[in-house]
Ligand binder design. Structure first.
Ligand SMILES: [Zn+2]
Length: 254
């Protein structure tokens, strides 16, 4: 299967189908990707090894008769959960000749040569599998409107919920900003137009920075803005008034 011309929407369709195949009866969102790999891949050797660099995430070898996945034992369990799903996306969606690879989260610093398109697909596909946008966007949007408490830490809470690391959640928030904008302007989650950052740039679309919106509730902002605990900084009316009075605070919101 030639996936080189897939856009984000096409990739998500394939990942959603894969998700239904591997998790046919489950509505759970805390996924153990190692358990999935062991359950579904025949003749799999899955092991954790101490790699020389923390930036190397995993190694996949998909052969005709057996498959090996080696994960970096020096990375946290949450990071390994994403890394293993990254290798599963390679395994299920990419040509066998392309499934003998070393995967790193920063190719430039490790010296590992990587196919940028395939790596983007494996990362974006793993994110959609572990953190599906149709579940994530309504949940995040609700938390933005109704944070459980003033110092609520969005990334930490969501990372624990989806069993991934905090940078993965922050990256997901950033990569779904256009889709979140649509949902928050009233588009049904099933009707949302999925576009990659590249496609958005070509169409001149500028989406809201939701990591900044979430960070607005952080303790540092609370103390800096001298907001009392009775005031919710994410209250929209308050936010609009504050933004009007403080134009140097560059946060889009609606
Ligand atoms: Zn990879």
């Amino acid at each position: 299967m030639d996936t080189s011309y897939w856009n984000k929407a096409t990739l998500y369709c394939y990942v959603n189908n894969l998700r239904q195949q591997l998790l046919p009866c489950s509505s759970a969102y805390t996924i153990d990707s190692k358990a999935l790999a062991k359950r579904w891949i025949k003749n799999l050797f899955l092991e954790e090894l101490s790699f020389p660099s923390n930036k190397i995430c995993g190694i996949l070898y998909k052969g005709e008769r057996s498959t090996s996945i080696a994960l970096n034992a020096t990375r946290s369990p949450e990071m390994q959960n994403f890394d293993c799903m990254h290798e599963l996306v390679h395994y299920y969606l990419h040509d066998i000749k392309r499934c003998q690879c070393i995967c790193a989260d920063n190719a430039g610093k490790t010296g590992v040569s990587q196919d940028k398109i395939l790596e983007w697909q494996a990362n974006e596909g793993a994110a959609q599998f572990l953190i599906p946008y149709h579940d994530f966007i309504p949940k995040l949007s609700h938390l933005i409107d109704f944070p459980p408490h003033l110092d609520f830490w969005y990334s930490g809470y969501l990372a624990e919920y989806y069993n991934v690391s905090i940078p993965v959640i922050e990256c997901r928030i950033d990569n779904l900003s256009y889709e979140i904008d649509q949902y928050r302007s009233g588009v049904s989650i099933d009707k949302i137009r999925v576009l990659s950052k590249t496609q958005q740039a070509r169409q001149g679309i500028k989406a809201t920075c939701y990591n900044a919106v979430c960070a607005f509730a952080a303790t540092s902002y609370v103390s800096e803005l001298n907001i009392t605990r009775s005031q919710n900084p994410l209250d929209i009316a308050f936010f609009k008034t504050y933004s009007a009075e403080n134009p140097e605070v560059n946060l889009a919101f609606f």
